[in-house]
Ligand binder design. Structure first.
Ligand code: G
Ligand code: G
Ligand code: MN
Ligand code: NA
Length: 262
């Protein structure tokens, strides 16, 4: 496949064509930026800016996601450390920023993941608690024992873990007591349903209550309008992410929001 060959070349070229965009995660109460999710893009010489839904599957099936994911991690940690310094200079009392990076199943099977994470943090000068690694429920379910061992090693560094697309992946909640999870990211499907009443809204309310009772942070994904924001805040969801606040943007367009809010 042509895309696959191009991807192999791009990763071998130190990911020089890759870009990281960032989407703010805000406090629903006041719109202040609490953190950012790193989302990779590919500035392809002929195709233009290629979205991850196009090339992440090929990166996963070829194993290229391991070096690509390592590059995203290093890039995002370095950027977060620079933003953290800028924010602290502007307001020494501002809460620390978090940076969230997505992990694929293949990366959890890589025995050097914890070492890579430690090196990325050390080289960036970023404290471990500022990093959140995001995995989907399906990643845990696919390979529970390997995932558990790797995640325990990463957690031992002081890094936090988030479950992405929460509510869509798996029906048993048992893994929440087995896995050292810190953050639930509520899938956009539940956010879309929250203003419509009925069963979907009841489920959203229950997910927020579950997060609350397990002392997990809740981030509602894909918030697109003010009514959704208000409903989620009323339910007690602390954080949100979505086009209402900002789209994923290049780093230089994020700078001002870090210090002033969206
Ligand atoms: O950026 P966008 O909103 O189009 O992201 C589409 C999908 O690509 C999301 O599901 C996201 O989790 C995934 N994705 C984006 N960046 C990365 C990355 O660096 N690593 C992995 N594994 N997935 C990513
Ligand atoms: O990792 P995850 O699958 O959660 O990736 C986030 C994806 O959701 C990215 O593709 C991002 O562009 C997308 N996204 C973020 N906010 C919104 C939103 O408000 N509406 C929609 N439709 N998509 C969003
Ligand atoms: Mn994600
Ligand atoms: Na998601």
């Amino acid at each position: 496949m042509e895309l696959e060959g191009d991807l192999r070349r791009a990763v071998a070229d130190d990911c020089a064509e890759m870009r990281v965009h960032y989407q703010p995660i805000v406090e629903l109460a006041d719109g202040k930026v609490a953190g950012l999710e790193a989302l990779v893009r590919w500035q392809h010489p002929r195709r233009g800016l290629v979205q991850p839904t196009v090339f992440i599957p090929a990166a996963e099936s070829t194993g290229l996601i391991v070096p690509l994911g390592r590059w995203v991690l290093r890039e995002a940690c370095a950027q977060a450390a620079r933003w953290q310094a800028a924010r602290h200079a502007a307001d020494p009392l501002a809460p620390p920023l978090t940076i969230t990076v997505n992990l694929s199943a293949r990366q959890l099977q890589d025995p050097s993941l914890a070492d890579d994470v430690r090196a990325a943090l050390d080289d960036a000068g970023l404290p471990p608690h500022a990093l959140v690694l995001e995995i989907t429920e399906s990643v845990i379910i696919a390979e529970p024992s390997a995932a558990l061992a790797t995640l325990a090693a990463v957690k031992a560094l002081g890094v936090r873990l988030a479950i992405d697309d929460f509510g869509t992946g798996y029906s048993s909640l048992g893994y929440l007591q087995q896995f050292p999870v810190d953050v639930l990211k509520i899938d956009k499907a539940f956010v879309d349903g929250v203003t419509r009443g009925g069963p979907r809204a009841a489920l959203t309310r229950t997910i927020v209550a579950l997060g609350d009772s397990l002392a997990l942070h809740c981030v509602a994904e894909g918030i697109e309008d003010e009514l959704q924001r208000r409903h989620l805040q009323a339910l007690g969801c602390g954080y949100g992410q979505g086009f209402l606040f900002a789209r994923p943007l290049p780093a230089d367009e994020i700078e001002a929001m870090i210090c002033d809010g969206v």
